[in-house]
Design a protein around this ligand. Structure first.
Ligand code: ADP
Ligand code: MG
Length: 361
């Protein structure tokens, strides 16, 4: 079983929410939520659209007033503290730059709001623009920049006044894939260089895995699981988490004498499985072609997907008992380059070592 890794700095809590909740009329947008974010940590809220990620961010910064609960920053209750007096920076998907101000003036704006002007402001703006590699474009207007450059200006405008917490709501959502990958690295660098505590929202699991110290998986207005990317990938605690992060084979059944009886076979459960789990989660790379391991499934190859560094084999499981209930009717396994590749329509079996799988309720 994986050790529980403490938050990045292992140090003091920067931000704590206690029973923080939100409703819009009858709709529950956030169930009472307790999270703790350490100083300097990069925490990502990951979940599908409508799961309450933006609501949680807006409650943290004070754009929304909670139906209940509290937000503590550095141990101090923020109830009633307006957005601009919280030590928080915001970056959204839509950069919201002022079109009539130059890049430099946009970045200087939050300083002006805080009474910082003259040489000090100038130096800070210069440093912030250099930090995002836009030192040479301070005189341009936002419309004269590409989408990626505009988003960099938005980052500079946020980092320039050195807030100790930065909230980012899908900041790269409007960029194409290549630019997004580049900006992910930029944001990670800015995080390292500034030591800011960042809460980042995305619905993109790869982005979450790549960027975060910890991921907070959200679904239906609540937190499903919080953990390091490795913990969440290797030990998902719910079927939702297993499906949302990475690919999973999920076999559901009934427990009987240390086995899980499913329509596709009776499998030995992991030794560390809780007493009640009702489904086994096996990642595609945990399956071995052939019958080398104890638990095995058989089927007919339906699709062979070449992906460069790996090949995914999608196999239709042999029909299980008709009364077998719902669950997978196919499985995916991942082969590394050099492995013999089965052909379409071939009958194959795959197996896994019981102890590398995970059980979920
Ligand atoms: P996410 O950011 O994860 O996509 P949100 O936090 O924006 O989700 O929304 C959570 C839920 O609250 C959704 O069902 C959404 O429709 C609802 N919601 C969000 N903002 C409002 C609002 N201002 N009025 C009514 N319902 C809202
Ligand atoms: Mg949102």
């Amino acid at each position: 079983m994986t050790e529980l890794v403490p938050p990045a700095s292992g140090g003091a809590a920067k931000l704590v929410t206690q029973g923080l909740e939100m409703r819009f009329g009858l709709l529950v947008a956030l169930e009472p939520t307790d999270i703790t974010v350490a100083v300097g940590e990069f925490l990502t809220l990951l979940g599908p659209s409508g799961s309450g990620k933006s609501t949680l961010l807006q409650l943290v910064c004070g754009l929304l007033e909670p139906a209940g609960g509290t937000v503590l920053i550095d141990g101090k209750d923020q109830t009633g503290v307006p957005v601009y007096q919280r030590d928080i920076g915001l970056v959204f998907q839509h950069y919201a730059l002022f079109p009539h101000l130059t890049v430099g003036e946009n970045v200087a704006f939050p300083l002006k709001m805080r009474g910082i002007a003259g040489a000090e402001a100038k130096a800070k703006v210069k440093a912030a623009l250099e930090m995002v590699h836009l030192g040479h474009l301070g005189h341009r207007f936002p419309r004269e920049l590409s989408g990626g450059q505009q988003q960099r200006v938005a980052l500079a405008r946020c980092f320039v006044y050195e807030p100790s917490i930065i909230l980012m709501d899908e900041p790269l959502g409007a960029l194409d894939k290549k630019l997004r990958d580049e900006m992910q690295i930029e944001i990670k660098r800015l995080h390292r260089e500034t030591g800011a505590t960042i809460i980042y929202v995305t619905h993109d699991q790869e982005e979450a895995l790549a960027m975060s110290d910890r991921i907070c998986v959200m679904n239906h207005a609540k937190v499903e699981q919080i953990g390091t990317p490795h913990e969440i990938y290797s030990r998902p605690r719910t079927e939702f988490a297993a499906n949302f992060i990475g690919l999973s084979n999920i076999f559901r059944g009934e427990r009987s004498d240390g086995r899980l009886v499913t329509p596709h076979g009776a499998f030995t459960v992991p030794a560390d499985a809780p007493g009640t789990g009702a489904a086994i989660v096996v990642r595609p790379e945990q399956l071995t072609l052939g019958e080398a391991c104890e638990n095995r499934v058989c089927g007919t190859v339906r699709e062979v997907v070449y992906a460069g560094s790996e090949t995914r084999i999608i196999t239709r499981l042999d029909a299980g008992g008709a009364a077998g209930g719902e669950g997978a009717d196919e499985f995916i396994l991942r082969l590394l380059p050099g492995s013999p590749i089965p052909t379409l329509g071939e009958r194959i079996s795959a197996s896994w070592n019981p102890d590398i799988a995970t059980m979920v309720p």
